[in-house]
Design a protein around this ligand. Structure first.
Ligand SMILES: [Cu+2]
Length: 123
């Protein structure tokens, strides 16, 4: 029964090579965002002004600017990303513990720049 055993070994060797590829693939899928939210920055608003997510879920913010360069900052999460007009800036993060986190424009964009804020509500 040598040939049969040889075939089984061959199959095991193939599985041994495929397993890591499969695990890497599954790992990548886990990181894929569970929630995508479109955010539009425009002097002097962040739309939506309140972003609601659930603690622990992977969130992707697709951020665009409707006019000039802005920046999306969530200081408590260490997020600071410039947002250029005509391009989408995707910011991916895992929603932290329940609470409210300030969102602010990170690029001085005019006299009311300081008022350009929003809120991340983690439920
Ligand atoms: Cu701004």
């Amino acid at each position: 029964m040598l040939p049969a055993r040889h075939i089984i070994m061959k199959r095991n060797v193939i599985l041994l090579f495929l397993l890591p590829i499969l695990l890497i693939h599954l790992g990548c899928q886990k990181k894929r965002a569970a929630v995508r939210i479109q955010v539009v920055m425009k002097r002097y608003t962040i739309d939506p002004p309140v972003v609601r997510v659930k603690s622990g879920e992977v969130v992707a913010l697709d951020v665009t600017s409707a006019d000039v360069q802005h920046g999306l900052d969530i200081p408590e999460l260490g997020i600071k990303q410039p947002v250029q007009p005509g391009a989408t800036t995707t910011i991916t993060f895992t929603a932290p513990a329940k609470g409210e986190y300030r969102i602010a424009c990170g690029v001085i964009c005019g006299p009311h720049h300081e008022e350009m804020t929003g809120k991340l509500v983690v439920e």
